[in-house]
Design a protein around this ligand. Sequence first.
Ligand code: SAH
Length: 368
Amino acid sequence: MPKPGELTFTAPPRRSKPPRHLADLTPAERREAVAELGEKPFRAAQLSKHYFGHLSDDPEQWTDMPAASRAKLAEALLPALMTSVRDISCDDGATRKSLWKLFDGTLVEAVLMRYPDRVTMCVSSQAGCGMNCPFCATGQAGLTRNLSTGEIVEQVLAGARALARGEVPGGPGRVSNIVFMGMGEPLANYKAVVGAVRRLTDPGPDGLGISARSVTMSTVGLVPAMYKLADERIPVTLALSLHAPDDDLRNTLVPVNTRWDVREVLDAAWHYEGVTGRRVSIEYALIKDINDHGWRADLLGRRLKNHNAHVNLIPLNPTPGSKWTASTAERQEEFVRLLTKHGVPVTVRDTRGRDIDGACGQLAAAEV
Ligand code: SAH
C-alpha cells in the first residue's frame, strides 16, 4: 500500500508482456504481421472486419478464408487476453460489472451501463493506480501494471459482444460511449491508451467506429500528457478530476497537485479546449464538510467562468477505510446554485453501480 501522498508514475518492470493481439496493431502493422505469417496482406482487412465489424473471434465463422489460414491467423493474432471471473449486475441488469483475469493473473474490472438512448462502457487503463487519491479505492491499492492496448480494447469488445448477443436486458444493442474512468490513470499509460482510442474510433473495418466525441478521457491532471493529447488531434472529451479549486485542499485530495497545481492544470485544460474546440468536463466529487463549502463553489465558479467548461458533480461513493461521506442534499443544491450564478453549467452525475461496488472510485478488482 502506498503512503499518503506518495505518487507512482511508472509501473514496476514486468517479467513478461501480454501476447501480441490484433488490437495492439495499426492497420499497416496488421498487414505486416499477416505477411510475416505467409498470408496475403489483404487477409489483415478481412480479419479486422471479423474482429471489429462482426465482433467475431471464432475462426469457424470466417468463411471468406481458407480453413488453414483461419487457424493460423487466429492463433497468431487473436490470443485470449482475458478470461471472465464473474459478472455482477444491478439496476435490473442495465448496469453490469465484469471482473477479468489477464494472462499473468492480474485482475481488472470494467462496467457497462445501459441507458434508454446509449450504452456507456467504463474501462480500466491500468491494473490499480499510482495516483493515490485518498477517496478512491483503486488508488489505495497502488499500481500493479499498465494494460496493453489489446487489453483495453478487449474490455469494450467483451461488452459489445454481450450486447450484440442480447445478454443485456433491452434487446440487442451497441456500445455508443466509452469513458476512461475505470481503474487507473489513463494518461500515465499514454501510448497504450491512445492506441486503444484509435482502435475504438477508427472507422470499420480498421476499428470499432465509435465517435471520438463519445469517448471521454478522465485524468487527475498530468499536465504534459494533456498537452500531448491535444496534439493527437483526436477530439475526445477531456474530463479533469479537479475536486478542489484551491491548492491547499487539492494537494491532499489529488496528490499529483503537488506536481502540477490548479492553475497549471486548468491552463492545460483550456489549451485542450482551444485546440479541439471541445467543452471540457470538470469532475468534482462532493465530500461532506471537506470540499463542499460555499466559498469553494464561488472560487470554482470564478476560475471556470468564461471558459467552455462544464462541472460534473459526483456524490462521493463509499470506499473501504474512508471516513468521508457524500455531501447533504442541501449542500449539493447550494453548490449547484452558486456555480449556476457564475454562469457555469453543472450537472450531477447519476452514479450507477453503487450496490455492486461498481461506481466511480469503487473498482478494486478483488476475487472475493
Ligand atoms: N484516474 C482517472 C480516472 C478515474 S475515475 C481520474 O482520476 O480522473 C473517474 C472519476 O471518479 C474521477 O474523477 C475520480 O476522482 C472519481 N472518483 C474516485 N473515487 C471516487 C469516489 N469514492 N466517489 C466519487 N467519485 C470518485
